[in-house]
Design a protein around this ligand. Structure first.
Ligand code: FAD
Length: 384
């Protein structure tokens, strides 16, 4: 008897494992092979920026070992196996010297961290953190009570700043924007989060960039464009992520800001699908958990014989800055309207309203963050 050609999933992050779990709810028998460049350990990536607050190191943040995942999901897991190409005509995944034939292929291979090329000899003290292994390396390099510089004041930079202060570290955040999380929060809400982080002891150096990083006695010295210089033991680079598209493009699969897929999560190549941080779904690039969970549920049905389009509801983003809890549901980028704000110190409720008065987005901080659930029901879903 010949073995069934498997569904192959590339990537064992939240997207890959969520999809495998959802497939198993639909079909206990279909053969699944998962391929991953890493060790396949299951973990929740959002927890990486809560390690100190929760008293957990990299091992503590791991949720399930690879063998346990393979057993639980009844599938074959190939770890430390990097995909090097896709032969879409031959339905073959290229793995260096080897290959693997697929019936359906799912790309869940995530996003790359953007790496800045900064002059100076201090690069080995610069750590991007986008997976559990990055976090392990970072924690190993960190001395208790040391001084950390964070490049980037986006969601990830701010969350790490709060968490490191909770862990007793000195924290400097450097970013070119004039506010924190400029692409996510309206200015009033951003100022509230910044103020509370400052009250916690985080030092912000905004509207400037790191021009040079040189080795120094205790670690490195950062030279900023505004003329300041800062000592640090270690530097976190949190300047953004870029969906991985190179291998798809090389295989002739259509890519835009991510691997382009429709609401059935189909790429332009037959029997090849994508979800998670690597995918641009129906024009949306949303590098968050809620969208990938919605995609996993829909795609599992499609792959097991019931074609199902993904439906994005409202997608609020929770910002894990415990000193100033915040949530945001950004309005559509082309929405007409303006922000209306109610404010009590760093407790902010900003509603984005169109000229007709409909609420199209919101940002809440402090005690108003408790209203996020109720507000999510008012904002129209992404897909109606
Ligand atoms: P990944 O987890 O990156 O998985 C990619 C997988 O593909 C890995 O297994 C990798 O080894 C594999 N891979 C890559 N290339 C290859 C290759 N060539 N061959 C084989 N395997 C390959 N989102 C929220 O919604 N809320 C939050 O609070 C939140 N907080 C966050 C905090 C931090 C610090 C970070 C970094 C992210 C946060 N996010 C949050 C975003 C969220 O975690 C991600 O959107 C999500 O985890 C992405 O999952 P993924 O499976 O698509 O990608």
């Amino acid at each position: 008897m010949t073995e069934q050609t498997p569904i192959v999933i590339v990537g064992t992050g939240l997207a890959g494992y969520s999809l495998a779990r959802e497939i198993r709810k639909q079909d206990k028998d279909v053969r699944i092979v998962m391929v991953t460049a890493d060790d396949g350990v299951s973990y929740s990536k959002p927890m990486l920026s809560t390690g100190f607050s929760k008293g957990k190191d990299a091992d503590g943040l791991a949720q399930a070992a690879t063998a346990a995942m393979a057993e639980q999901l009844d599938l074959e897991l190939r770890t430390f196996t990097t995909v090097t190409g896709i032969d879409t005509n031959g339905h073959r995944l290229l793995l260096g010297d080897g290959s693997l034939t697929y019936s359906k292929l799912v790309l869940a291979w995530g996003a790359d961290v953007i790496r800045l090329t900064i002059p100076g000899d201090g690069q080995e003290r610069v750590f991007p953190i986008n997976d559990l292994e990055d976090y392990r390396v970072f924690r190993k390099a960190l001395k208790p009570g040391g001084r950390v510089a964070i490049m980037g004041a986006g969601l990830i930079g701010c969350e790490f700043a709060n968490d490191l202060r909770n862990g007793g570290y000195e924290v400097d955040v450097i970013a070119p924007s004039d506010a924190v999380m400029p692409s996510l929060l309206p200015p009033v809400a951003a100022n509230a989060v910044q103020q509370e982080l400052e009250a916690l002891g985080v030092r912000f150096h905004l509207e400037t960039v790191v021009e040079r990083i040189e080795p120094a006695e205790a670690g490195v010295k950062l030279f900023l464009a505004n003329g300041e210089s800062l000592p640090a033991d270690i530097v976190i680079s949190a300047v953004g992520l870029r969906p991985r598209t190179q291998l798809a493009r090389a295989a002739g699969i259509e890519v835009g800001r991510g691997v382009t897929v429709n609401r059935l999560l189909e790429t332009s190549a037959k029997d090849v699908y994508a979800l998670g941080d690597c995918a641009e779904v129906d024009g949306h690039v949303l590098l968050y958990v809620l969208p990938l969970m919605a995609c996993a549920r829909a795609l599992a049905k499609t792959l097991t014989g019931e074609p199902t389009e993904v439906t994005y509801g409202t997608m609020p983003v929770m910002i894990k800055t415990p000193c100033c809890p915040a949530a945001v549901c950004p309005p559509p980028s082309d929405a007409q309207g303006s922000w209306e704000t109610e404010q009590d110190g760093t407790h902010v409720k900003s509603l984005f309203k169109n000229p007709e008065g409909d609420v199209l987005g919101f940002a809440v901080t402090g005690r108003f963050a408790l209203e996020k659930q109720a507000l999510s029901k008012v904002v129209p879903p992404i897909h109606s």
